[in-house]
Design a protein around this ligand. Sequence first.
Ligand code: SAM
Length: 333
Amino acid sequence: LKLEKAAKGKLQKQICQVVLDHFEKQYTAELGDAWSRVRDVLTSPWCWQHAVLLNRFSPSPGLESSLAGQGYHPAFPAALPYLPAAFRCYSRAAPGRFPAQKHQPGRLKEYYLLNAASLLPVLALEVKDGERVLDLCAAPGGKSVAVLQCACPGYFHCNEYDDLRSRWLEQTIESFIPDPVINLITVSKLDGRQIGDLQPEFYDKVLVDAPCSNDRSWLFSADPQRAVLRLMQRKELSCLQFQLLRSAVEALRPGGSLVYSTCTLSRAENSDVINLILSSCSNVVPVDISGMARGVSQEFTFLSGMQQHELLVLPEKGRAWGPMYVAKLKKVS
Ligand code: SAM
């Protein structure tokens, strides 16, 4: 209890008031009553939870019993139709962190720690063996690793524009994916906005896990001046997100589908961007993901009133996952 109080005191001081004030105004208007519950979780990092995604390429004999001993349980119901048998993810309601594994060259890691909501875009993508898949904004690589826990694509292109983060992505892939599966993966450092022109109608599935105002980390910005600048530049993010989505649509073959995701609650970066794509691309239609949302509703809290092709995970005490917005679209011609 003493430690928790100390951690609480330390972490509370780091909240960036200018960001909190901005969120307070915007999210009260957009989320109504739900915002105060979300705010309680976002501003209490000692309540944050982590899920443990097991690496099917490096099974560890004692790991699942060790997780069970610490109160972890399978995060997703085994009966879900889109959940592959090899996919194993554990979570627990109590906060705290399972120890992270250090990168050791030549040695595969046994698990990846993540926010369980990050898996929803990957599950919504429903990658099948042999498909051509593009992860347009891939670093540090959590979702790329998760895609490979679900299926074995015929070709998997992981792209990240930022140089430093692209190296981080390569390291993640090396740490989790063995030969020969790794040979199916191509890592590039392109501006994702150009890939549609470079590889038109090439992919069966595209994941656009877009750069966004990361609500969790922005709330703890150490530099208030930088935070103010970021808040002012928020509008530009919607424009970048729209361009990335348009490129993703171009890169899809007719009949292929894409999933768009962000880790912000901001409507301007979520539904508004998707609505703009739907209104400007006549060959793109929404795909219903409400069945998936119902299937995982024991583990996640969703904002009510969303359309069937989208969901917004709201962090709550004991289910502190998200924020995570997910939308699915299909290119019909
Ligand atoms: N999908 C990643 C994962 O699960 O680990 C997280 C991706 S993060 C939300 C968004 C990424 O997009 C950042 O690493 C950022 O550097 C990258 N990015 C920003 N602008 C980009 C662009 N024009 N093209 C491609 N990637 C971009």
